[in-house]
Each structure stands twice: as structure tokens, then as C-alpha cells.
Design a protein around this ligand. Structure first.
Ligand SMILES: Nc1nc2c(ncn2[C@@H]2O[C@H](COP(=O)(O)OP(=O)(O)OP(=O)(O)O)[C@@H](O)[C@H]2O)c(=O)[nH]1
Ligand SMILES: [Mg+2]
Length: 335
């Protein structure tokens, strides 16, 4: 049954009071397929925008089983104990993943999810509007508006999501595990290239030495790669999320990265690039969808595909026909 929609004033007041139920409601409105819901969410975001942006935005990535959830639980509790308010978001469409969904993770993040100063947002089920990155961005802004000063975005490091992750956050933390001399094997180079901090997890019991050795290997390998943040040498640490070892060092390094970025101006540049990239993407997506929605374009595209496949027209000729179908007399010339 549909709940009555809150007013923009109610949402604003609720967010400012740090009300987690209102926060969930606002995120759901931002993801809604209903334009009126989204407009409401945009309105409250616009009001609160000046109060956002100060949070630590951290991306956590790593192969399945690396210990991301365990790390979030341990680091999150550690941070809350030190007075922080921690929000956890997931970038993955969880429905396609086995066992790793952040909703299932709520049970693995039991201590954290029980805390008043923590907020864990389950991944949206499929069928909500917008790309994953856009949804995460808006959820992040709303969490900041609700007073969360540390936002951790979890992403499983197997696909293309790492570039997307780097585009959302200030600091990418890559979690690795000591493996049989794997160095950079099995890990997509792309992930390593965007990592601002690498942590070799599961450095406990018999694995301590292997973890230290792996950390050394990664440090060595990193020298061959460009810096993820200009002017910052990606540190490689070891930790045991399960035993809570290495958390202070992990957080110190995140803070050092932050100070480094602030001092060099990288933080402002990175965030401006992210915002402008998002702006461009939104305009382009809408323009493209509007073009494809014009009468005649679909048929013209089908014909153009056939013409190109059967070599009865050149590609520019076929493209010109598609544009003419959509734009008529205003069709831009094909270069
Ligand atoms: N020995 C040891 N085991 C750990 C540590 N951290 C996590 N684990 C174990 O590794 C397994 C996977 O941990 P998760 O935290 O669920 O890993 P994840 O990266 O979130 O995995 P996905 O969500 O499936 O991508 C669990 O059985 C954990 O108990 C650690 O520091 N030391
Ligand atoms: Mg997990």
C-alpha cells in the first residue's frame, strides 16, 4: 500500500535531524520511477546541497571473499566508537550476485547495523530508475545531508565497476588477500590503477608472513604504474579485518590521502570533474533517448543497418539518413 508522500519540508527537517527512516524514504524517492517522486527528492537535495560535500567518500573494492563486508563492519564500528557517523552504500546490482548482497550482508554487519550512528543501505532491487552510479551519487548526497560524515561505497572488484567507483568517491581502497605468489595476477590491472590505498587483508594466523610478502610484491609492482592520485604514492598495508588489526593505520592513511589531496587541490578538481562528468552524461543520455524516441528513427535505423550490412550504402550515407529521419530539415551534416 502506498504511504502518503512526505512534503519537502518534512523531508528536509527529517534529514537535518538525522532520521534514518526519512533518509531511507528520501533515497527511495530519488530512485523512484515516478517523476513526481524524483522531483521531490531533487527539491530536497537542492535545499540541502550547501550542507553536503564535507564527508569522507571512500570506495571499497576487492574480489569476492576478500573481506569487504568484514572490513566495513570492523572499520565502521571502529569509526562510530570514535564519534563518526558511518553510511554504507553498495554499487553492485546485488540481485545478480551470489551471497554477496549487502542486504544479506546486514547479517554479516550485525554489530554495525545495530548502531544508531550507522546506516546501511541495501542495494536497490532491479527495476529502479537510473544507472547504479547515479543512484549511488544521490544516496551519498542524502546521507551527507543526514549528517553522515563517512560514506563507504562497496563495490565488488570484478567488472567495469572500478572506474565507476573512482568516479564516485575521493579515495579508493582496494582490498587484496595473500595468494600463492599472485602479485598482480587475477586482479584486473584497472582496479590497481585507481587504488589510492591497498590493504592486504587476512594477515592473521599462518598468513601473516604471506601477507607481508604480498604487500612487498604489490609495492614493487605499483612502481610501474601511474599514480591514481597525482602526487600520492599508493601505500600498501596489511590488516586483519576479522581480528580488528590494522584499522587505525588504515584510517590514518585515508586521512593522509585526504590532507594530501586538499593541499594539492586534487580534491576540488576530482569532485568538480565528477560533477561535470555527471552533468555531461545526464544531458547526453536524455538527448540520445529523445532522438531514438522520434517517429521514424527506429525504422530508419533498421534500414541503415541493412544498407551497411549489404554494402548498398556507405556508413556516412546511412548515418545521414538516420539523422534526416529524426531531425528532418534540421539534420546536422555527417562529418
Ligand atoms: N582469516 C581471516 N578471514 C577473514 C578476514 N576478513 C574476512 N575473512 C573471512 O573471509 C570470508 C569472506 O569475507 P567477506 O567479508 O564476506 O568478504 P567480501 O569481500 O565481502 O565478499 P563478497 O561480498 O562475497 O564479495 C568470510 O568467511 C570471512 O570470515 C580476515 O581478516 N582474516
Ligand atoms: Mg561482501
Amino acid at each position: 500500500m502506498a504511504r502518503p508522500r512526505p512534503t519537502v519540508d518534512e523531508l528536509e527537517a527529517g534529514l537535518q535531524a538525522g532520521d534514518r527512516a526519512i533518509l531511507s524514504r528520501a533515497i527511495t524517492l530519488a530512485e523512484s520511477r515516478l517523476a513526481t517522486d524524483r522531483e521531490l527528492a531533487q527539491e530536497v537535495m537542492a535545499r540541502l546541497l550547501p550542507k553536503t560535500g564535507a564527508a569522507r567518500r571512500i570506495g571499497l573494492t576487492g574480489v569476492p571473499g576478500a573481506g569487504k563486508s568484514t572490513t566495513i563492519e570492523a572499520l565502521g564500528v571502529w569509526l562510530v566508537e570514535r564519534g563518526h557517523k558511518v553510511a554504507v552504500l553498495a554499487i553492485d546490482p546485488s540481485s545478480t550476485r551470489q551471497g554477496g548482497s549487502i542486504l544479506g550482508d546486514k547479517t554479516r554487519m550485525q554489530r554495525l547495523s545495530a548502531l544508531d550512528d550507522a546506516y546501511i543501505r541495501p542495494s536497490p532491487t532491479s527495476g529502479v530508475l537510473g544507472g547504479v552510479a547515479r543512484r549511488t551519487r544521490e544516496a551519498m548526497v542524502l546521507c551527507e545531508a543526514a549528517g553522515f560524515d563517512v560514506i563507504i561505497v562497496e563495490s565488488v572488484g570484478v567488472g567495469q565497476s572500478e572506474a565507476e567507483l573512482a568516479d564516485l568517491v575521493d579515495c579508493v581502497l582496494l582490498l587484496l588477500v595473500p595468494g600463492a605468489g599472485d602479485e598482480l595476477q587475477g586482479i584486473k590491472r584497472g582496479i590497481v590503477e585507481v587504488a589510492d590505498l591497498i590493504v592486504v587483508n587476512k594477515a592473521d594466523g599462518d598468513a601473516v608472513r604471506a601477507a607481508k610478502r604480498a604487500a612487498g610484491d604489490y609495492r614493487h609492482a605499483l612502481r610501474m604504474l601511474p599514480e591514481a592520485t597525482p602526487g600520492w604514492k599508493t601505500p600498501v598495508l596489511t590488516a586483519s579485518a576479522e581480528q580488528g588489526v590494522g584499522l587505525a593505520e588504515m584510517w590514518d592513511t585515508v586521512e593522509q590521502h585526504r590532507s594530501n589531496m586538499e593541499a594539492s587541490g586534487q580534491l576540488g578538481r576530482r569532485r568538480a570533474d565528477q560533477q561535470l562528468g555527471w552533468l555531461r552524461q545526464q544531458v547526453e543520455e536524455v538527448v540520445l533517448a529523445a532522438f531514438h524516441g522520434r517517429p521514424g528513427v527506429k525504422d530508419a535505423l533498421t534500414e541503415a543497418r541493412e544498407a551497411v550490412t549489404n554494402a548498398t550504402a556507405t556508413v556516412p550515407q546511412a548515418a545521414a539518413k538516420v539523422l534526416a529521419a529524426g531531425f528532418g530539415a534540421d539534420a546536422p551534416t555527417v562529418e
